[in-house]
Design a protein around this ligand. Structure first.
Ligand code: HPA
Length: 278
């Protein structure tokens, strides 16, 4: 449940590696959780330090093949970044505290702004597969919270406000950059589930009626943990299939990952422009 006992030793181990690598700068300022297909950003870092999760004490190692599993630190477009390349999910059997360990670790390293990215299914008939969506809000339907069981710490609320989870300045920045790039960027509500099964028609009909535009199996717990820590959060989804109740095509993970790769290339273009101005 409560995992902060693990976060401090993990952060210490990462700091030692940073010192040993003599990487210039003041440590990371921006954290990015890379979703399916977005690993290319990790390879573009300058003065980079790559630490496999297995080398970070207490860090959960993802069992999903499409998720590499390393923390990447370095400079990109003039900013110090830490990238979480690979995340673990509830459907792998991890506890919520493990799912959000990367976010807590990045916060502990000094990050103040967090970009969460993911591959999601579109529930909105106007948002085609291959397009990008800026998260305006989220619905946590995992039935879990990373904050359950946390001790009541002085100076940190146990009941964080969730009325505006995504930072308005960062959202405006993303919209402006998308416009400059002539990239279509939809705006909508992301609904997060535990999975791993995909949704039934009845479920997608219900989610749509509830106001969701996209559905996926990640992100929502990370965003809750980030808001609890006071991080500014920007959320971006690569929509890789249309998941429509009245016209539902069969979907496989292979298809989702292939389209995620294409949408991720667009997401990379957008991130390249957003990062310098975060
Ligand atoms: N449903 C749930 N998760 C997903 C989907 C979907 O349709 N597409 C990508 N991740």
């Amino acid at each position: 449940m409560y995992n902060n006992g693990k976060v401090h030793p993990a952060a210490e181990a990462v700091r030692k590696r940073l010192q040993a690598a003599e990487i210039p700068g003041d440590g990371p300022e921006i954290g990015i959780v890379l979703g399916t297909g977005l690993g290319s950003l990790a390879d573009a870092l300058e003065d980079a330090l790559y630490i496999p999760y297995a080398e970070i004490p207490g860090y959960p190692v993802s069992t999903v093949h499409s998720h590499a599993g390393r923390l990447c630190l370095g400079r990109y477009r003039g900013r110090n970044l830490v990238l979480q390349d690979g995340r673990c999910h509830l459907y792998e059997g991890y506890a919520p505290a493990d799912v959000v360990m990367g976010v807590r670790l990045m916060h502990s390293l000094g990050v103040e702004s967090l970009v969460v990215t993911n591959a999601a299914g579109s529930l909105n008939p106007l948002f085609p597969a291959g397009s990008l969506m800026l998260l305006s809000d989220q619905i946590n339907l995992t039935g879990q919270s990373p904050l359950v069981g946390l001790p009541d710490e002085p100076g940190r609320t146990r009941f964080p406000d969730m009325s505006r989870v995504f930072d308005s300045r960062l959202r405006e920045l993303a919209m402006r950059k998308a416009l400059q790039l002539k990239l279509r960027l939809e705006t909508g509500v992301y609904l997060g589930l535990a999975g791993p099964q995909l949704e039934t028609r009845a479920e997608t009909r219900m989610f749509r009626a509830w106001g969701a535009d996209a559905v996926g199996m990640s992100t929502v717990l990370e965003v809750i943990a980030a808001r609890h820590l006071g991080l500014r959060v920007l959320g971006l989804a690569a929509l890789c299939n249309q998941n429509l109740p009245d016209d539902m095509a069969e979907t496989s993970l292979e298809e989702i990952v292939a389209v995620a790769g294409q949408a991720a290339q667009k997401l990379r273009l957008l991130l390249d422009e957003i990062i310098p101005d975060i």
